[in-house]
Design a protein around this ligand. Structure first.
Ligand code: PXP
Length: 241
């Protein structure tokens, strides 16, 4: 029987590194941020190693993966990036689409167009002992395709939900997420969700049955400017519990 587990909070620390890279300095250190986030209620430390290295650097990933606890790295299906994460050995990775110049990830993977290549990458990562998540739209075909090519986890894209401010549309988007989460759980896939979640919109997503983790970055780091990272993470922890 599948049992329900406590919802995990994944804290994405990319934008701590964004600030550091603004001056190409050593502070603020994302590894120190990861330690503070863990002490304040983060179950998973999340980051994105981008091809353009605009925030996290290869050495950051290596150091983060040496810390105790779960580390989850978002990556594109790119041979050099995959080689870098295999050197660091995170607990898990999330394969995401990555368009040069994008401000942030723009929607889920196209599993029809890229399914074959992704299947090979998934097999390679799993063989190395790294769990694999796929960032997908909260739709049945995407969840099914993710299962068929060997994903351990699906991360349901919450950006349509997060961008919507009308109550009826929010309700529809939540229903999409609920249905996709249920399908994934039925198929034995671990369910994550994320993108665009903040202190105001997170609670209904946190209540979706079968959700295993929420991955949240920008809103937490933005709030930390005013209240500190410790408080910002604790507040998000309270918002999802
Ligand atoms: N999940 C995925 C797949 C992402 O690419 C990102 C952004 O790095 C997040 C979650 C976190 O999104 P946000 O920073 O809007 O909370």
């Amino acid at each position: 029987m599948k049992t329900e587990v406590k919802l995990k909070l994944g804290v994405n620390i990319d934008h701590v590194a964004t600030l550091r890279q603004a001056r190409l300095d050593i502070d603020p250190d994302p590894v120190q941020a990861a330690q503070v986030a863990r002490q304040s209620g983060a179950d998973i430390i999340v980051c994105h190693l981008r091809r353009d290295r605009r925030h996290m650097q290869d050495a950051d990933i290596v150091k983060l993966c040496r810390l105790k606890g779960e580390t989850h790295v978002e990556i594109s299906d790119d041979a050099k990036i995959i080689a870098a994460v295999l050197k660091a050995r995170p607990t898990s990775v999330c394969l995401v689409p990555e368009r040069p110049g994008e401000v942030s990830t723009e929607g889920g993977l196209d599993l029809v167009r890229n399914g074959k290549s992704l299947a090979k990458t998934i097999a390679k990562l799993k063989k190395a002992g790294v769990e694999v998540s796929l960032f997908v739209a909260p739709e049945a075909p995407a969840v099914r395709a993710a299962r068929n090519i060997g994903a351990d986890i699906v991360e349901l894209d919450t950006s349509d939900y997060a961008k919507t401010h009308s109550k009826p549309k929010q309700k529809l988007e939540l229903e999409r997420l609920e249905l996709a989460a249920y399908m994934a759980w039925e198929m034995g896939i671990v369910v994550h969700a994320g993108h665009g979640l903040d202190y105001h919109n997170v609670a209904p997503v946190a209540r979706i049955p079968h959700m295993s983790a929420l991955n949240i970055g920008f809103s937490i780091v933005a709030r930390s400017v005013f209240v500190g990272l410790k408080t910002a993470v604790s507040e998000m922890r309270r918002a999802i519990d």
